[in-house]
Ligand binder design. Structure first.
Ligand SMILES: Nc1ncnc2c1ncn2[C@@H]1O[C@H](COP(=O)(O)OP(=O)(O)OP(=O)(O)O)[C@@H](O)[C@H]1O
Length: 825
């Protein structure tokens, strides 16, 4: 049944049954039985699922797999029996050329043993470790060591089509686990410019590892060099997150960076870095090897011992002797339908300060226009199996797991472990790197919320997990129905990230994708090294617990089995019982008389009809039951859909809220800035205005004071002059009055004498009057001027210095002065 189909299917599907837990107290009823293989030397391929005896009448289902591994099967049995070796060999391409992509995945209900199978346990190695072991050992003579091959990092990074950050294993491991030898080296090494920053950091910075760019988030900042703005470098310390832009510190960081080995710099920045080093004249310690980076606050603990069993030291696969290889490891997880790098530490969010990973895209890139790749992953060049295993451990540490009612360490995401085997012709002038990849996938397990007792975020995760597994189930069902057709659109793999990642490389290249056939030993003569001539070879290991959850297990088996047979049990009980009873009592009773039916015959006929009717109805009920079961499944699927849509809606709402909040915040900030600037401008204008006013006041007060003083001087002079003139007038008056009338008469009488006297007196008086007139005129002018200025001063609030009475007096005096002598007398 399965043989023909398994040839055409995209996946070879194996079933592994897990043994019951040793501490299980009450053994549940076993619902799964393995069918004996036809040939005793072969492994079984079929199982039967017997519904538990709980009064619900369900169909007995039979499933076919490539091979069934029973409970007692070991990790080694799985390794040899599932075709992992041909998979590894295919990736290495022993016949020349790029090799063939391989995919190894596990699928099953939560707690059924997926992670145990693929990743092993504390004491047992899993298929991943075994595959790495055989891979590294097989290419040991052909592998390039990143620590000794100087150009390796640059050439591999240049050939990578996925915008990856390529990094050497040594540096990465130091980043994650710390440098075991750093402490001993620290004392003998010259102090680095960045070690001590503040009293607090000085005490914590006992390891000079603080210096590495990643610990200060400097990789993106180096881009600043390209734009010629090293001042704007933003230095963020991983464990404290202060941001400062200090020129001196920046310079010191830069000079430290310039002295780092090139391998410390991410691939996409190599050229910038090289340029910067070239032009930098301040490199402090050339040739000094700096300590490893410390992006983590707390280092991971280096595993003291990795499991060594099962031992496969005698197992090797063929390699291409004319090629040299490089191994690149990357790890990512699909969590809530988003891809996250497991080898890049989470970075703090600017606004929330929460440590988060950035989701990555599965997309075609410039270098890979016709094939999607996970873009922007961190890829680690590993020279040894130990390095690869340590990278694996570090990545697993970052993977999301949670304790649920079904499994204390349940994987909450689909984990991807990618081993890229880079390959090029071995020669003095090696060509471009080509190669293929082995992808190992540990899928999250399907679970029922009731059994797993999950809630909140874990329940939401479960919704997403179940949904993605449902899509995977649809794809697997379609792929097992493919027959000879290779049309990719028959398998609806674009429904979610998981199926896209698993299936998009499973199909032979289409006419547009295919490239002219190349000789087997030509490594990428074509422009895009991502072209593949063969679809990936895929192995799926389904794990099941024969005494676990019947419903969940049967669902998984239905999805994944290469073939299925359903046996609907007949209903012997009702029909046959009635018929048997009738037969016993009446049916076979001898006929009485000829031709006519006796009462018993009539009765028997009625009974027969009733029995047939019952049988028909029973079948109908069975059909209805089957339909009910189907629609129940459909309902469950729809519910899962709905749940995931609701989750998505919540997510979108949260995202929109966040966006609105950010936008509002930004607007508020800009409005505040604008308002502050306007306010500041207004204040400055006001200040200037008030200053000017004050200045004017001060000046006018000074002027008035000066003028006042001057006026007072003048008034004083005039008054003195006036006083003098007045006294002179008085004197003259007295003088005139003091003369006796006799003396005056003779003057009158003696005309000549009188006239002469009068003439002399007149002349003297005229002279005096003239003099007085001149004096009075000038006094009047002066008084008038003072009056004018007094008025203007009065207007400005200063009192007048001359009074109108004085004017009157003056006028009187003048009048008096101008009177005829006769009138006066
Ligand atoms: N074949 C086996 N032999 C021994 N122990 C096993 C086997 N399979 C599973 N186990 C044990 O069962 C437990 C659950 O297994 P595991 O974590 O691999 O389940 P899982 O399918 O990966 O679960 P989840 O999907 O929740 O991550 C572990 O303690 C594991 O060691």
């Amino acid at each position: 049944m399965a043989d023909h189909k398994s040839q055409a299917a995209l996946f070879q599907v194996y079933l592994r049954l897990r043994p019951p837990p040793t501490n299980q107290q009450i053994a549940s009823e076993r619902f799964l039985s393995v069918e004996e293989p036809v040939n005793q030397d072969e492994l079984p391929t079929h199982i039967t699922l017997n519904p538990p005896n709980d009064n619900r009448r369900r169909a007995v289902e039979k499933f076919a797999f490539t091979t069934v591994f029973e409970e007692e099967a070991t990790q080694l049995d799985l390794f040899h029996g599932t075709g992992v070796l041909p998979l590894v060999e295919g990736v290495l391409g022993p016949q020349g050329g790029d090799g063939r992509d391989g995919l190894l995945a596990t699928l099953g209900v939560t707690g059924s043993g997926k992670s145990h199978t693929i990743l092993g346990s504390r004491s047992q190695r899993g298929l991943t470790q075994l595959a790495l072991d055989v891979l590294f050992r097989s290419i040991s003579n052909n592998i390039l060591d990143p620590n000794t091959t100087t150009s390796l990092h640059a050439t591999v990074a240049a050939s990578d089509p996925s915008e990856a950050q390529v990094m050497s294993a040594q540096m990465f491991l130091d980043t994650m686990y710390g440098d075991a030898s750093a402490a001993s080296r620290a004392s003998s090494r010259a102090p680095t410019p960045m070690v001590v920053r503040s009293a607090s950091s000085a005490s914590t910075a006992t390891q000079n590892t603080d210096l590495h760019p990643t610990s200060y988030g400097l990789y993106p900042s180096l881009l600043g060099l390209e734009t010629g703005s090293p001042k704007s470098i933003r230095v963020v310390r991983d464990n404290e997150s202060p941001t400062f832009q200090h020129q001196k510190e920046t310079e010191s960081i830069l000079s430290t960076l310039y002295s780092l080995p090139a391998s410390y710099v991410p691939s996409y920045m190599q050229s910038t870095f090289a340029k910067a080093v070239k032009t930098n004249t301040k490199s402090p310690i050339k040739g000094e090897s700096y300590p490893p980076p410390t992006p983590r606050k707390n280092f991971l603990q280096r595993p003291s011992q990795l499991p060594q069993v099962p031992d496969i030291s005698n197992v090797m696969v063929d390699v291409d002797p004319s090629a040299e290889y490089a191994i690149l490891i990357s790890m990512y997880e699909v969590y809530n339908d988003r891809i996250f790098d497991l080898l890049t530490p989470a970075s703090p969010n600017k606004s929330t300060k929460e440590f988060r990973r950035r989701p990555l895209l599965f997309k075609p890139t410039e270098q890979s226009p016709d094939r999607k790749v996970v873009a922007g992953l961190r890829k680690i060049i590993c020279g040894t199996m130990k390095e690869a295993l340590m990278v694996l451990e570090a990545g697993l540490h970052e993977r999301r797991v949670a304790g649920t009612g079904s499994n204390s360490v349940s994987s909450r995401s689909h984990g991807f472990f990618c081993v890229e085997v880079k390959k090029r012709r071995r020669s003095r002038m090696p060509g471009q790197w080509g190669g293929s990849a082995l992808t190992i996938v540990d899928l999250a397990g399907s679970e029922r919320a009731r059994d797993a007792k999950t809630q909140g975020a874990t329940l939401q995760e479960a919704g997403k997990i179940n949904e993605s597994l449902m899509y995977l189930g649809q794809c697997l069902q379609m792929q097992s129905d493919l027959g000879t057709s290779t049309k990719p659109n028959l398998v609806p793999f674009r429904q979610c990230k998981l199926t896209e990642l698993l299936f998009s490389n499973s199909f032979p290249p289409t006419s547009q994708q295919s490239v002219p056939s190349t000789p087997s030993h030509s490594y990428h003569q074509h422009p895009h090294p991502t072209h593949r001539t063969q679809p990936q070879k895929a192995i799926m290991i389904v794990t099941a617990d024969p005494v676990g959850d019947f419903n969940a297990t049967s669902q998984i088996l239905r999805y994944s089995a290469l073939a299925r047979e359903i046996t609907v049990p007949r209903i012997p009980s009702v029909t046959s019982t009635i018929l048997a009873q009738s037969t016993a009592s009446h049916y076979f009773s001898p006929r009485v008389g000829g031709g006519r039916m006796s009462p018993s015959e009539t009765e028997r006929e009625t009974m027969e009809i009733a029995a047939l009717e019952i049988a028909r109805m029973s079948e109908e009920i069975d059909g209805l039951r089957e339909e009910l079961a189907k629609s129940e499944r459909a309902r469950m699927e729809l519910e899962a859909h709905l749940e995931s849509f609701q989750d998505r809606a919540i997510e979108i709402e949260a995202e929109v809220r966040e966006e609105c909040y950010q936008e509002m915040e930004k607007k508020m900030q800009s409005e505040l800035q604008r308002w502050k600037a306007a306010w500041e401008g207004e204040r400055e204008r006001n200040d200037v205005h008030i200053d000017k006013k004050l200045e004017i006041y001060t000046r006018s007060i000074d002027a008035v004071e000066d003028e006042d003083k001057e006026n007072q001087g003048f008034v004083g002079d005039l008054e003195a002059e006036n006083e003098r003139l007045r006294s002179e007038v008085d004197m003259l008056r007295r003088d005139i009055q003091g003369r006796s009338p006799s003396k005056r008469m003779p003057l009158r009488e003696s005309k000549i004498g009188r006239e002469s006297r009068t003439h002399a007196a007149r002349e003297a008086m005229a002279e005096r009057d003239e003099r007085e007139d001149r004096g009075m005129e000038s006094v009047g002018r002066e008084m008038e001027r003072l009056r004018m200025s007094g008025e203007s001063v009065l207007k400005g609030g200063v009192p007048m210095t001359s009074s109108p009475t004085k004017k009157v007096r003056k006028l009187t005096a003048r009048k008096w002065d101008l009177m005829d002598e006769g009138e006066m007398l």
